[in-house]
Design a protein around this ligand. Sequence first.
Ligand code: PLP
Length: 519
Amino acid sequence: MSDAKKLKEPALSASLTRNPAPNTNFAWDPWKESAHGDRPRRYTLALKTEPVLSGVISKELPAPSARQWDPWSHKLPKNVLPPEGYFGADSAPSPHEISSAARVPGKAPVIVVAGPPLRAGDNVPPLAKRMSRLGTETAFDVLLRVKKLQAEGKSVVSFALGEPDFDSPAHVIDAAKKALDAGQTHYGPSAGLEPLRKSIASYISRSRKIKVDFDQVVVGPGAKPILFDAMMALVDEGDEVIYPNPGYPIYESLADFLGAKPVPLPLSESKQFRFDLSDLEKVITHKTKLLVVNTPANPTGGVLTKEDLAGVAQLAKKHNFWIIADEIYSEILYIPEYASVLQHEGMAERTVLIDGFSKTFAMTGWRLGYGVMPKALVPHVARIETNVNSCTCTFSQIAAIEALDGPWDDARRFRAEFEKRRNAIVDGLNAIKGIKCLKPDGAFYAFPNVTQACENLGFKDSREFQDKALLEAGVAVLARTCFGRKNVGEDQEYIRLSYATSIENINEGLKRLKAFCER
Ligand code: PLP
């Protein structure tokens, strides 16, 4: 059967018509519903190895001719609607992506075009079903598009990736070199090296003004693996996980992957991108197992107050759920006091604090993060580490001790430089017609409201802003929908700009955006 013929069959669209996508928790499993029973139906529009721009095909339209579509050309075949999401190279569309695809106004029924098959040929065994529930971090896909455009000789100013552009501190690099020379190249304990766990306990005790012991700490290869371990250890199928929206996309993705119901907690511009405790109370049910709080937040830069966190603590105790406190940006703060949920009474028993070295010390590539949790949880989280990673890179860990216990001059310099950049980018954005931007109190992201700009430019939404800004202005930003679907009633458009880039890039990017928005 030709690919074109396969694409014509509307089996998937029929199932979507039967189940119109609700706003959240769209639990349609594309594998199960496929015409081949358990065998996945593949829509192989692009047989390339790069991630593809996926699209939505309307049933009524004739099928495109497969293999002729260059996903990088941005010229979608006539009968493919503009993409609503990017699917990773090897991943099938996740329910989030399908649900947003299914919501293309007036275009149902629709089918979703997945990425390339795992192998060429038709009768290969399917992926595990759970893969249809795993989301992704679209920042990485946009980064690939930026690199591709740059490789073609195009000039792109990128505000896409949340990674400090500074070099890691020299004294930390020296410590890693010394550790390598000293033969620190072997396996270590799964929970982390004891001296590092002690340094972390002492740092968290100092910075959060609470008492933490080393045997409450598990070290992992990044903050992300600890987030994964904690969710794995705590969340069962059918549980509900409340996460901030807009938020770091991995929270929703992991909850979904584990068979839990991800429940968005709206963050709003009118509250400086904090949430309303009454909104939190509304989404708590007897199935709520876990709440994720992230302060300062990705993508908004919003910072929760002591009072917000006191409310969270009270609700967590009252309804008996866990907290994951993602505090990875705690040192990138432009207000005097940091507030952590762990500072509230009774929270040490039910909180996993997540932090790491990536952002504070510009050490993203070293892969170093940690969790602080109740002692009883430590062996379980460490057991997951044993199964997945064995341990975290030994010489990275030794260098991490130097990062925490040595001089903090570099970390302080990074923070001060981020503050200057924040001021420059926020002022510059507010000087552009149609853009309004709050001044965030933390992290290195600006999250401006671009509703008016979209209207002025005739754009449907922030996704179109993202695509056109990249292709027409050579500026890479991320659309609000990279950080979760819009909340019910949310009618504004936002983009995220990471200002972890030089002031020269910021000025050039702002100049281009101004010309783009005011053309
Ligand atoms: N949590 C948040 C909110 C983040 O933004 C990131 C990285 O962007 C992480 C966790 C992951 O950090 P790491 O690189 O240490 O895994």
